[in-house]
Design a binder for this molecule. Sequence first.
Ligand code: SF4
Ligand code: SF4
Ligand code: SF4
Length: 329
Amino acid sequence: MNLIKGDKLTSEAVMRPKLSRRTALKTLFSTAVSTVLLQSGRKASAHDFKGYETNRGVLVDLTKCIGCRSCEAACNKEHGLPPPKIPFDDLSVFGQNRDGHTRRTDQSRYTVVNQFESPLWEQPLFKKIQCNHCLEPACLTACFVNAYTKTPEGAVTYNPEVCVGCRTCMVACPFSIPAFKYDSALDAQIMKCNFCFDTRLSNNQPPACVEACPMEALTFGYRKTLLRIARKRIRENPDNYVNYIYGETEAGGTSWLYLSPVPFDTVGFDTSVPKQPILNYVKDFLGMVPMVLTIWPALFAGIYLLAHRKNQYTANPSHEDLNDENHTG
Ligand code: SF4
Ligand code: SF4
Ligand code: SF4
């Protein structure tokens, strides 16, 4: 386990919305989206919430991960999830990565590790995914019954007691993380990583997956400290890392951050995720319209398009990242 010294803690059947449904939404509500953006564009720039100072996070270093799946096993045990179809010690599971297919989180697994090959790196690369615990979660803002909570510790938690099963959060999430538990049709439930908030984070303990990692590929601590550590690793080992921290700005910033030795888009990262919080625009619009439920379909479409719009960027070396340690410190 990699835990930063000095940190004090306080306090499949995933039927994801199908492409056809998403395409239909785009067509049906594209006009409404334009309206949302036009009316809220100016206010979005005034957005000033940068997340909690106490926000914890995890730095995932792809150069250290060996794909042992200990983190998957620990998460499964911690949360009493069903046993996997392929045991955690069976690494043939990575064969499922062929043809670009990657395993996703679903109702029975809050985290998965996928394998990637890169001509730029001698060894196979492994990437763990889970909820990224965004600083300004699209899932939270999209949920009109307030089933989601962003805690000061950084976790984005979910309350099934108030969830109505609309699955807007699943569409809103730019990382396609929330999954729907379909065998509970009368008892709607979204399934996703909760940063081990109830069992660990709120009790001054790091997440189970971090604790289980034998390679210290996962480092837990304050997000601002993790950013400094990430920059230091890049600065001291420029041949080992792409000069970019995935999650520093994606979707307005996430609690889980990644370092990679090869360009992120070649190892399964969506580099088209907007840098602004997805819901910046829509939040302002929500404040202007009291009849939220009446206009919800239009907002729903806007949320989807904002979350998934293609916004190409080039991960150019950022000298500011390397030179301005005080930027986030
Ligand atoms: S990654 Fe998705 S589910 Fe997790 S906090 Fe961000 S928007 Fe919500
Ligand atoms: S933080 Fe907890 S819930 Fe999330 S992937 Fe790790 S062990 Fe699972
Ligand atoms: S436990 Fe650590 S080394 Fe093993 S797969 Fe997970 S992140 Fe990688």
